[in-house]
Design a protein around this ligand. Sequence first.
Ligand code: LIP
Length: 294
Amino acid sequence: MNRPDTAAAGPSPALREELRSLAVELALSAGALVRDGRQAALAGGGGIDTKSTPTDVVTVMDRASEEHLRERISRLRPQDAVLGEETGGQGSREGITWVVDPIDGTVNYLYGRSDYTVSVAAVVGDPLTAGAWHPVAGAVARPETGEVWHAHLGGGAAVQGPWGEKTLTVNTVTDVGLSLLATGFAYDAGMRREQAQALVTLLPAVRDIRRGGSAALDLCAVAAGEVDAYAERGVHIWDIAAGQLIAAEAGAHIATWHSGPERPQGLLAASPGIAVQLGSLLATAYGSGEPTPA
Ligand code: LIP
């Protein structure tokens, strides 16, 4: 298990639990905003812009959700920093930074699909430097189903919904050839080509893959045992910060892999029984080094 040392400097267990409760509240309230505001905001094809490529969309509700989160956090935790997908931020090297993805799975949201989320994490360290931060509390809300997955460092992971709450534990699969792998693809055509080429190695070597469109939801699926692993290259801290903590607290092995300074790193969250096998497969598929524990 490569869960960060819970005794490491940082918030006390009591404060981590408090941050977890706040992350749940924030994710649920922003989720309700984007769910209820979608029809009016996107009526007649309005409310949509693009970012890095014509397929990398941002809606007025992405922006409204992040503004809502920033306003609530500045009121409830004025001493903390905020880093968001849509308006950035510096982060706090000494204290706590709230890392928020106002809508993860924006394309799903645009198409009226239910598999989009709001992801809220409290992290310590420098959130702008890979490997220099770690999450201490987090929540991922799925507004269309009323579910929210949550965890705090050393406190386990759970999911709550209209039906109640249950503790999360990863699967015990030990043969990567029988594993169900969640993955995702970038918006950049060149990166997508590389990811497709990597699939030529990965796809025949696993049971199957699932591509859901939200890294946060994929990581919660690992935690819940709905897939055996998640691996994707090029995701951002706001896509993964809450989900990777939830997966780690449910027993997943978390690692990153690098294939050169010019390439974005990859994230792997896997049931422990297949982490080494899958890590080697990823290294072969991407021509990178073996993943290293996060
Ligand atoms: C999404 C990620 C997903 C990735 C998508 C997209 P967004 O984030 O969560 O894992 O495969 O291409 O980047 O853009 O919906 O916030």
